[in-house]
Design a protein around this ligand. Structure first.
Ligand SMILES: *Cc1c(COP(=O)(O)O)cnc(C)c1O
Length: 484
């Protein structure tokens, strides 16, 4: 491709993306198409082209396919899972990163990119009030960020020669609340401990780990010859946004000599927002901490980040020095700090966005999301056919309850669960708004998690009518089906 051809094709593409950004609020959240319809639009059966084609034409078709057949998490009414739209400056950052294409495994191969990664890590630490002399690195997302922290804990507390001999027979045990994200299972599996090494501790009424139950389980395990090595604190659980008592967990870890890992993939960024910062006391004591810039920092996917109090703990967990690597400079070589070898320039998009909005801008956007979530919870509470269930950080959960069904009668839950499940399927396919689900004490709940800088109060207040409209339809149909 000539420079001139690149310029023309690139300008066309940027125009098309700008058009998308200007109109996404008026689009459907999702086309709600079946897999076969999407495959057909793609012409998925077509084989590999024999000869090449014009770049601009290819990009036109790609843009059309993507914009016509995607779910848009950039939509102001997208509130599913913990998934954010991308900051536009991050999109441009991705383009620039791929243009220079540094290999951020080694400093010599990525001088400026490696330094930008280091600065971004320090800025994130500053935002979270985590020590800024911490170590850390970018990874693909929250799962990987947590797994890296878990492996650092395993190397630090797993006993001598664990990296060379493996975990065989060591009976290592990890502790977390029952509300913990499923990454812990992958981590225990990948780390060779097995999923049965995970001790799921009961949560209290506020969905926070029961610290006394945790303490007695640790004592019991020690007494029976197991080796506790790590405790996970949740800084924003994925279902309800609960934040564990991080300070108490840090103290307990000190008492028993355990590694303290905090999963802040969803919530930790709220530590920088006055609306919620007091919840995160003790976060600064974590030995390792997972955060997820592709959530509340609005980096285009993928961008996760692990922070550690002491950078040596990452080297101790990951570094090897084969003969074919020689990088004779005194600087951070990121391949030493994590599982990856060649690494992309993920930090750039985050570095740009942090400066574009500034600390204040982020504090404002995150506080807005928390307030909007509370407003949604209030709006839902006011509607006689909706039952508000939980509200924490920027997550609200609730369910549709027809007027003639007694919401306090647990026997009715089976029907209500089925009703709300079907309601959610229809709402997700309808494209007017997007929610996901949670199960709250056996109740199937609709769940809205606002990590969305485009959401307005009007968007949030539209939720009760939308949900009730679909709920009534589904209820009527289900009733008819049982009558027949
Ligand atoms: C999102 C999330 C994860 C997983 O992060 P990915 O970026 O999806 O890999 C882990 N823990 C919590 C609390 C999360 O919200």
């Amino acid at each position: 491709m000539s420079a001139e051809e690149f310029r023309t094709a690139g300008h066309r593409l940027v125009d098309r993306i700008a058009e998308f950004l200007g109109s996404v609020a008026d689009m459907s959240v999702t086309p709600g198409q079946s897999p076969s319809a999407v495959r057909q639009a793609l012409n998925a059966e077509q084989g590999l082209p024999e000869s090449g084609a014009d770049a601009a034409t290819l990009l036109d078709r790609a843009a059309q396919l993507v914009f016509d057949h995607s779910l848009f998490n950039a939509h102001p009414r997208f509130w599913g899972y913990v998934t954010a739209g991308a900051a536009p400056i991050g999109m441009l950052g991705e383009l620039l990163a791929s243009a220079a294409n540094p290999n951020c495994g080694a400093w010599l191969l990525s001088p400026m990119a490696s330094e930008i990664e280091g600065q971004t890590i320090r800025w994130i630490a500053e935002m979270l009030k985590y020590p800024t002399d911490c170590g850390g690195l970018f990874v693909s997302g929250g799962n990987m960020a947590n797994i890296v922290g878990f492996l650092a804990g395993r190397a630090a507390k797993g006993g001598p020669e664990i990296r060379s001999k493996g975990v065989d027979g060591r009976r290592l045990r990890a502790y977390c609340s029952a509300e913990t994200h499923t990454w812990i299972q992958k981590a225990a599996d990948i780390a060779g401990l097995g999923t049965e090494s995970v001790r799921w501790i009961a949560a209290d009424d506020g969905f926070r780990i029961d610290v006394e139950a945790l303490r007695s389980r640790i004592r019991q395990d020690i007494a029976s010859g197991d080796k506790p090595f790590l405790v996970i604190g949740n800084a924003g659980t994925v279902s309800t946004g609960a934040v564990d008592d991080l300070k108490a967990l840090a103290e307990l870890c000190r008492e028993f000599g355990l590694w303290f890992h905090v999963d802040g993939a969803y919530g930790a960024m709220a530590a920088g927002a006055p609306e919620a910062s007091q919840l995160f006391e003790g976060l600064e004591l974590a030995d390792s901490l997972a955060v997820d810039p592709h959530k509340w920092l609005y980096a285009p996917i993928e961008a996760g980040c692990t922070l550690v109090r002491d950078v040596a703990s990452l080297r101790d967990a990951f570094s090897y020095h084969p003969a074919y690597y020689h990088f004779g400079v005194e600087a951070t070589n990121y391949f030493d700090l994590g599982p990856q070898n060649s690494r992309g320039f993920r930090a750039l998009k985050v570095w740009l966005a942090l400066q574009h909005a500034g600390r204040e801008g982020y504090a404002q956007m995150i506080s807005d999301d928390i307030r909007l979530s509370r407003a949604m919870y209030d709006a839902v509470s006011r509607h006689p056919e909706l039952q508000a269930l939980t509200q924490g950080l920027s997550i609200a959960t609730f369910r549709y309850v027809p007027t003639e069904v007694d919401r306090s009668d647990q026997a009715g839950d089976e029907y209500l669960n089925k009703l709300n499940q079907e309601l959610l399927t229809r709402l997700q396919q309808g494209g007017e708004a997007y929610l996901s689900n949670a199960v709250i004490g056996g109740k199937y709940a609709l769940r809205a998690c606002i990590v969305n800088f485009r959401t307005t109060l009007e968007d949030v207040e539209s939720v009760p009518d939308l949900v009730v409209r679909i709920g009534r339809d589904v209820h009527a149909e289900l009733r008819q089906r049982t009558a027949v």
